[in-house]
Structures are given as C-alpha cells and as structure tokens.
Design a protein around this ligand. Structure first.
Ligand SMILES: [Zn+2]
Length: 331
C-alpha cells in the first residue's frame, strides 16, 4: 500500500472530539496477538506484560516566551494553553506526558538569562502534571541556549540528566525519544548557530537507535520533533535512512512528532507518522492543541485530539502486511 497522505487542513472543520467512547478491548491473549502481529523476527519477552489498555498525553511546540505576538504565534499565551492541557490530561488520567519539542522561544536579541527564564516558566507549568513527564528537543529550544543548558533546566522522569535522546518502557511499550537537532557535519544546534533546515539524526545516534531497537523486548513508539515523513524543509534530511532502521526492526508501531505546526499524518510501510498540531498557533484557548493516545491491547492506537488537535484511529498492521505493501520511497 502506498503512503497515505491526509490533508489535516481538510479535517479542521470537523468538531473536536472531546471524549473517546469506551471500547471493548480484544480478549485474545497478548502473546498470540504479538506473535501474529510482529512475525518471526521478534517475540514478546514477557508475554502477559501488556495491560488491558492505557493512555498517555502529548503536547508539542508551545514556543513559550514573554514576547509580543508575531504573525500567528502568540508566545505569551502558551503558558495558559499549557495549563489547560496539563489540567485536562491529568483529569483524563494519562500515565505520562510527553512534550515533542520547541517548549520555549525567545524575543529578538534578548539576553540568555531572559531566555532561560522562559524555559523555567513553561517547564514549571508542564511539570504541574505531577507524574512521569518527558521531553523531545526542538530547534527553538537551542535558539539562544546550548543543549547542555536546556537539558539542565528540564526533567525527564528517571532518565539520566543531560540525555537528549533516550528510551523508557511503559505499559508493554518501549518509547524511544530521538534528537534530530544536528547539522550535516554532526555539530549540535547551539545558541541559534544552525540552519533550521539542516536537520539530521547523526551516525552515532543512528547506531544507538539500531541497538536500542534490536534490544527492545516490546513494540516501539518513537517520539521526535522534526518530521520523518513527507517532503519539504521541516523534515529530517536523512529521514529515508532512519525510516529504514525503524522498518527493519519490525517493532515500530508509530512515530509521534511536532515542528510542522499545521499537523500531518502518513502511513509508510506499516508505520504511522502522526504530527501533532502546535500549541503556539493562534490566539485564545480555542486554538490550543494537545492529545490523549490510548494504547489498546491489539496495539492499535486511538489519538483523541483536544481543541485543534486531530483525532485519529491508528490501526495496527501486521509486519507481513506491511512488508507486502512496501513501496519505494522517493524521499
Ligand atoms: Zn521546531
């Protein structure tokens, strides 16, 4: 099956879905489903480790700064939007919260200390969640700071301080968080000294990703900032190479990403690529965006979008079906 591109703009007029109906979860054993779903290359280590169903929360691109609005970006409002998102996601009892990058921004020419204060303010709001919480680094996080500075002012639950890419397990799923804020020569984004279109997942991290996926005893969900699907300037330049690593593992269910503020969705070789809409775009709470992802026992995922975020069912395709549908990518 060729990649399916869906123009999310066409879906914008649809009413926001505020609640997903309770579903009847499949009663079949997780072990049987996993064996069927993921083929011979991989078997679940702990066959009964996937709970009946659970959920996590997603938010991306708040771009918070104590700065005047510019175009469609209302920097100051992101504090209030994050507050609503966190309150709602707590009420929805998500197991953890992930932020997919560009948590903060900056006013033109401001001092580094002021940029740090924006980061501290939005991180405080994010951590009001009170449970496990994780970050992906975005390009704007390093527009007036180094990665070391950013990482010193954010917390990823039970992850060693200073890690910009890492993995953790929850509810029978391995979550792998990547950092694509590297230039073509492997240099890190640092204090705005980068071209935001020069986006790479560099060889050392690619090696780490390969070994992380090889070692994973569970199905995998990827969190990233810049897109791995589609073609344009908001995509990771070496995305085809990275997608091949995802695909070759036979374990990746879905990739959740940000950066492309309007949102997007693709299905490529059996892997879902869902780009969440940005918090920053537009004034007023009605222009907020955040989501709950329900992880079902059959490995299907239900994205419930709040405010402008798009709701979507991400059905699980078997590895063999995905392999049959494998088509050459032109990116
Ligand atoms: Zn970005």
């Amino acid at each position: 099956m060729p990649p399916v591109g869906i123009d999310l703009a066409r879906r914008a007029a649809a009413p926001t879905v505020w609640r997903v109906d309770r579903r009847d979860f499949l009663k079949a054993s997780a072990a049987a489903l996993f064996g069927l779903a993921l083929g011979d290359r991989w078997r679940l280590a702990a066959e009964d480790s996937l709970p009946a169903g659970w959920r996590f929360g997603l938010v991306t691109d708040p771009h918070y700064a104590d700065a005047d609005p510019k175009g469609t970006r209302f920097y100051r409002e992101s504090i209030g939007k994050m507050r609503e998102a966190v309150d709602r996601l707590r009420a929805e009892r998500v197991a953890f919260l992930a932020e997919l990058g560009d948590i903060k921004d900056m006013a033109p020419g401001e001092a580094e200390t002021r940029t740090l204060s924006h980061l501290v303010a939005i991180e405080r709001e994010f951590q009001r969640f009170g449970g496990p919480a994780y970050h992906v680094l975005g390009n704007h996080d390093m527009d007036n700071l180094s990665k070391v500075q950013v990482l010193a002012h954010i917390t990823n639950s039970r992850i060693a301080a200073g890690r910009s890419y890492y993995a953790f397990s929850h509810g029978g799923i391995r979550f792998v968080t990547v950092d694509t804020n590297f230039m073509h020569d492997g240099r890190e984004y640092d204090h705005g000294n980068f071209d935001w279109r020069d986006i790479h997942l560099p060889p050392p991290e690619l090696d780490w990703l390969r070994s992380e996926l090889a070692a994973a005893a569970e199905p995998v969900i990827i969190f990233g900032h810049q897109r791995f699907d589609g073609d344009g300037v908001v995509q990771v330049v070496n995305r085809a190479e990275v997608r091949e690593v995802f695909e070759d593992s036979g374990k990746v269910l879905a990739v959740f990403q940000g950066h492309d503020h309007k949102g997007a969705y693709s299905l490529i070789n059996g892997i879902h690529y869902y780009t969440l809409r940005a918090v920053i775009e537009g004034s007023g709470p009605e222009n907020n965006a955040y989501a709950v992802v329900d992880v079902h026992r059959d490995l299907a995922l239900t994205v419930t979008g709040y405010r402008r975020a798009v709701s979507m069912e991400l059905a699980h395709r078997t590895a063999s079906a995905a392999a049959q549908g494998r088509t050459p990518q032109n990116s």
